[in-house]
Ligand binder design. Structure first.
Ligand code: CMP
Length: 143
């Protein structure tokens, strides 16, 4: 069973899209393991986007992510990392297909509503950046 870190960005929170975004992953059959509204610190945002440090948009990206609350989540399921990125859609909104979250709701590239981990290593690092281990809840039984 795999886990991933998903985060509704400030644009998605302010547009009132948390519920509809969460529904997409519930509909797909994934399990929500944790979720909380967080005002990310500058340090947390820089750690989260460390791979983009040095790129022209890094400062703008950190400012954007810290501009308001984000809804940080951990989800689990088989192949949840790759499958959730398909549900999310491409980073560039001009390439995000209808039926994906970004394809259906996002119109400007930096403001693409949601982040999803791209590998097991990123997922582990990103989860640890936003959650304590005891905040991750397991499922004893399948209902
Ligand atoms: P995300 O999937 O969170 O990963 C990195 C983020 O950087 C991306 O979504 C966008 O929000 C942002 N991003 C990527 N490319 C650009 C760009 N060219 N200009 C501004 N922001 C970008």
């Amino acid at each position: 069973m795999e886990r991933t870190f998903l985060m509704v960005k400030p644009d998605g929170v302010q547009r009132g899209l948390i519920g509809r975004i969460v529904s997409r992953f519930e509909d797909k059959g994934f399990k929500l393991v944790s979720g909380k509204l967080v005002l990310a610190t500058e340090e947390q945002a820089k750690r989260h986007y460390a791979e983009h440090e040095g790129k022209s948009f890094f400062g703008e990206l950190v400012d954007f992510i810290t501009s308001g609350p984000v809804f940080a989540m951990v989800w689990e399921g088989d192949d949840v990392i790759a499958l959730s990125r398909l549900v999310i859609g491409k980073t560039k909104v001009t390439e995000a297909l209808p039926g994906t979250i970004r394809g259906d709701f996002a119109a400007h590239t930096p403001f693409n509503l949601i982040h999803g981990s791209d590998s097991p290593e990123s997922a582990e690092r990103e989860i640890a950046n936003f959650f304590e281990q005891d905040e991750l809840l397991g499922y004893q039984k399948t209902i």
